[in-house]
Write a new protein. Structure first.
Length: 392
């Protein structure tokens, strides 16, 4: 059977990392994959995480299975971070293998009960959104989001796109730090989005992967909380890969919010059936780290400080990149980068420029021109900006 298969195309982002790893140039720079790097160029383990793991090591007494949705304490912590209080709404949470696992579970769940819905994703979006919902059997369409000329949110186009959606359709929204543009709606724009979503009777599916990396832990949840206060039902897929640095632990969650406890209990029972048939039970370790930190006042304070340091470093790299390019004589204005949030931005570099940066300078950027700002450091900034200025 296998010999009849054709080679599948490499993932456009993970395949770029593979090429980077095979590059022998000691000065190579990876601005592709969405992983936070510190000033030394590594993905660090947070001090709060180290301490939590030691506590778990000293106190863990069993390796037995977790329940299908994971630890109840974990679900409570997730909802507290999402809504500001764990019991703010009738809601239930399942621990999933990463944010991608949460999206896949959501896709299976929604396809079973809303098979004729169209899933609407922003143009552009994280490329895996297309595959996850397409493989689940959904029709996937795009709504207007990015104004390439002005490097800003095309808000009027976004609202017009939402107005064209059909009742019962699913709209996938990025809660903050939009991937790949780094451009988020304002508070007032979130209110208008919510109003139209309600009027059109759409189901919001919120992808929340970067809480804390934009403006702050509560500030980054603002759009989600505006939605939650106004809509009867929503699905939230969240991740602790970035804000806890738990990439390899695969710590994610899917949360259902409904109009009553009875409604949520019924919906969640069906969600658990979906999970049972995919992976049965979630892994324990990463979720236990999150719970340990969030339930210890000292560890939580230390973690919040570490998240702020990550956020500040990313903002600092944005400013330094813009200033260094200007000093190198670049005529193109990159100041738009300083008004965006999170690890990603559209640089405006075209595919030919991206190709030249890779082949001539060993600088790896996604073909669309999306850059991971967190891959920049003070040490590599001069070489990076010299190369970018050269290809402009």
């Amino acid at each position: 059977m296998f010999e009849k298969l054709e080679m599948a195309p490499a993932d456009p982002i993970l395949g770029l990392t593979e090429a980077f790893n095979n590059d022998c140039n000691p000065a190579k720079i990876n601005l592709g994959v969405g992983v936070y790097k510190d000033e030394t160029g590594i993905t660090p383990v947070m001090n709060s995480v180290h301490k939590a793991e030691q506590i778990i090591l000293d106190t863990e007494k069993s390796k037995g299975y977790l329940p299908i949705p994971g630890s109840p304490d974990y679900g409570k912590v997730v909802r507290e971070l999402l809504f500001g209080a764990a019991d703010a709404y009738p809601a239930a949470t399942a621990h999933t293998p990463g944010g991608t696992g949460a999206l896949r579970v959501a896709a299976q769940f929604l396809k079973k009960f809303y098979p004729d819905a169209t899933v609407w994703i922003s143009d552009p979006t994280w490329p895996n959104h297309n595959g996850i919902f397409g493989d689940a059997g959904f029709t996937v369409d795009k709504y207007t989001y990015y104004n390439a000329q002005e490097r800003s949110l095309n808000f009027e186009g976004m609202l017009a796109s939402i107005q064209n959606m059909a009742a019962g359709d699913i709209i996938l929204l990025h809660a903050c730090c939009h991937n790949p543009s780094g451009i988020d709606p304002t508070t007032e724009q979130w209110k208008q989005i919510t109003q139209v979503v309600n009027e059109k009777k759409l189901l919001p599916l919120v992808d929340f992967a970067y809480q804390g990396l934009g403006r702050g832990l509560d500030e980054d949840a603002e759009g989600l909380r505006i939605l939650a206060a106004a809509v009867d039902e929503m699905v939230i897929c969240s991740s602790f890969s970035k804000n806890f640095g738990l990439y390899r632990e695969r710590v994610g969650a899917i949360t259902l919010k409904g109009g009553s406890k009875e409604i949520i209990d019924k919906a969640f029972s069906n969600l658990k059936t979906i999970i049972r048939r995919i992976y049965s039970n979630p892994p324990s370790h990463g979720g236990a780290i999150v719970v340990t930190i969030m339930n210890d006042a000292a560890l939580r304070a230390e973690w919040e400080k570490e998240v702020a340091q990550i956020r500040d470093r990313i903002a600092e790299m944005r400013t330094l990149f813009v200033d260094t390019l200007k000093a190198k004589g670049a005529q193109q204005d990159f100041s738009f980068l300083t008004t965006q949030y999170g690890m990603f931005s559209f640089s405006g570099l075209n595919p030919e420029q991206v190709k030249t940066l890779k082949e001539k300078h060993s600088i790896y950027i996604v073909g669309s021109g999306r850059i991971n700002v967190a891959g920049m450091t003070r040490a590599n900034m001069d070489a990076l900006c010299t190369a970018v200025a050269e290809v402009l």
